[in-house]
Design a protein around this ligand. Sequence first.
Ligand code: TXA
Ligand code: MG
Length: 349
Amino acid sequence: MKTKVIEIHSIEEIDKIKEAAEGLKAGELVVFPTETVYGLGANGLDEDAIAGIFEAKGRPKDNPLILHIADQEQVLDLVKIIPPIGQDCMDMFWPGPLTLIMERSKIVPDSITGGLETVAIRMPSHSIAHAILKEAYIPVAAPSANTSGRPSPTRVEHVLEDMMGKVSIIVDGGITDVGIESTVLDITGEKPVILRPGGITKEDLEELLGIEVDTDQATIAAEEGLVPRSPGQKYKHYAPKAEATLFAGNLTNVAKEVNHRIAKNPSKKTAVLATTETMDMYQGMDLLINMGSREHLEEVAQNLFDCLRKCDEEGIEVIYVEGFEFQGLGVGIMNRLLKACGGKVVLGL
Ligand code: TXA
Ligand code: MG
């Protein structure tokens, strides 16, 4: 397939926005930037177009997709009812990196929900994504635009690596802002439950909604350093080619342990993923990458997937990664790192 790359700098470039929207309406695969990561979009009501997403990504068929919309009106056709808490969430957090799980209506294809009776919906805040979604005015299914299992794309170069020749259009909108995917919140039960921590934190949700929010068991298990076992989490995620290990605890002890391991195994090509505050604490590695400042976890989230991909580019064999506290955005960052390390983690240093 021939892939056309369209660079869009602003929503004033109406012809380009229209071209992307027309592609989606015609059943083509169109990659576009969102505020979280790049999405691999297709008409979410068109079975053939949806099948194309699974093929381009090599994604298992039972992993459901998020429908992306431009205004609240579009939600009405896609769900049975909007629970009161759903309306609050939409009013307070949309557009933005929050995906809501609600009971689905009949028009939502089984291939979107993976056979579940619920559907995931989100309204991105990225201006170009919003403009394309508004112009197309169809629910657009869009998983992250990476090959299944690889780190999600936060720069157009990542998309070109994974999707060139597999999609009709790639919209280049520069670096994405948040850097990790949206928070997935299930609002079908009595209490909202976070299924995937992301750009909107548990603290944000509880403060603005004024109610308690739970985190699902698989995520908690992963946070405790256990290998996730629940069905939704069974696939390999964000995995770099190298063997990665996560270290958490006192940062001086972390550096000591990592330096010890590097010294013990000098023949392996090794990378350390550190932070601004700890960059000068490591020695002997082949590649030292700064994920960002501990004082500004938004920086770390934004850089995270790019750091993992850089290790692949450099042919790194072993990666040692510094961990973060399970608090605020740190929860979403640790969720991605734990998966990237396949559950290989040294805690309590
Ligand atoms: O930020 C994002 O959400 C990005 C951008 C492109 O919007 N999209 C994204 O999509 O991360 P994807 O397909 O990579 O992740 C969707 C997540 C998966 O963990 C999936 O299992 C979950 O949402 N999901 C989708 N529908 C669901 C449902 N009905 N019930 C539970 N989880 C669902
Ligand atoms: Mg993904």
